[in-house]
Design a protein around this ligand. Sequence first.
Ligand code: C2O
Ligand code: CU
Length: 432
Amino acid sequence: MNRRQFLASASALTVLPHYVSAEGDSVTLRAEPVTAQVLPEGEGLTEMLGFNGSMPGPEIRAVQGQPISINVENGLDEGTSVHWHGIRLDNHMDGVPILTQDLIDPGDTKTYSFVPPDGGTYWYHSHYISHEQVARGMAGPLIVAEDTPPDVDDDITAILADWRLDQDGRLTDEFTDMHSVAHAGYMGNFARAFLSQATVRIGDRIRLRLINAATNRIFPLELSGATGVVVALDGMPLAEPRPFAGVVLAPAQRADLILDVSGQIHLEMPTRQGPYNLAKITVDGTNNARRAGAIVPLSPHNLPKPSEPTQHLVLTMMGGAMGGRHGGDNIWAFNNVSDLQPEPFGSFERGETAQVTLVNDTSFPHGIHLHGHHFYEVAQDGSLGDLRDTTLVEAGESRDIICVFDNPGRWMLHCHMLSHTVGGMRTWVNVA
Ligand code: C2O
Ligand code: CU
């Protein structure tokens, strides 16, 4: 088997080149073709799409509660739009063609302005033919600095993705291959994380922000060389930090870790062939100044408190290969309906609390994302669990979520396995 017919271990990866960041209250992102070193240094380059010459796109640094404007220039030869994933922003800044804006035509610029209400780890990505534009590289980190950031020595972003590459590093052109769309989605044969910083000191306490920017791959993750806890998921602080062991990131999900460094750090994905190295953070020197102390939770965000739900809706995922109920007129559907229709799946009064049961009646996992809001995953015992913007529902399972629909507008609700989105697993809700 050649090394790219399966996920060959990338343990040969040397220190990764880090990517740039864009700071300030006005930032320009130019969408354009780029050449990226996706494979290890010395191997083939990959022609991709990106922003400002870079894939992943530059890390945008915003500040909680402070306005930011991002000018998106379209240097592509096709339309585009950019979505600010996980930010509770005004609907007309959400970046969704048809629902919230017109396409940005080639040569045009659109300015997105918003005030990020919550600190944390977010990301941006194309929301137009995203199964292809994101697979080609149109994504980057969006970091919102908290009013009271945790006490750490380094703040490192790792953005993860996978790509289907040939021997020379060329991206193969199979984004809409029907077999993938009807199964788990277009999957890469090479995966890695891009790091904002690749060296730390032994003894450092670091914040590591993990972003799954893959179009379809779910990453189970393991880490060595550091110990610590998960302090936030999808940008939302956990009331009680929890152990890292067993963290799984569905497409679009994020986890913030706080870790104490004891040696070279390996971020790995367990596979049947053994651990697959996604990134390596090397150590250089020792930090003797850090006084050990407990890792404290991040300060909670100010989200509306749910009240007794006034609506209880059911959203059943349908379609795909390998059995499962079919409906709608595309490969995938919600409640017998495929793709965006004139009528929303749900209509809510502004501020209304609703409960939605997500039923996975298919043979594949789906990561369901709601725009413009975070929602609570309801735990087995009925209590409110984690606040998320994307929730992973395994094949044959169901999950209840509770959401306070307090953000007016037309919001997309879709599977974030982008092959499934294009295959029809998308709808929208209206908040009036
Ligand atoms: Cu991350 Cu509808 O998107
Ligand atoms: Cu899906």
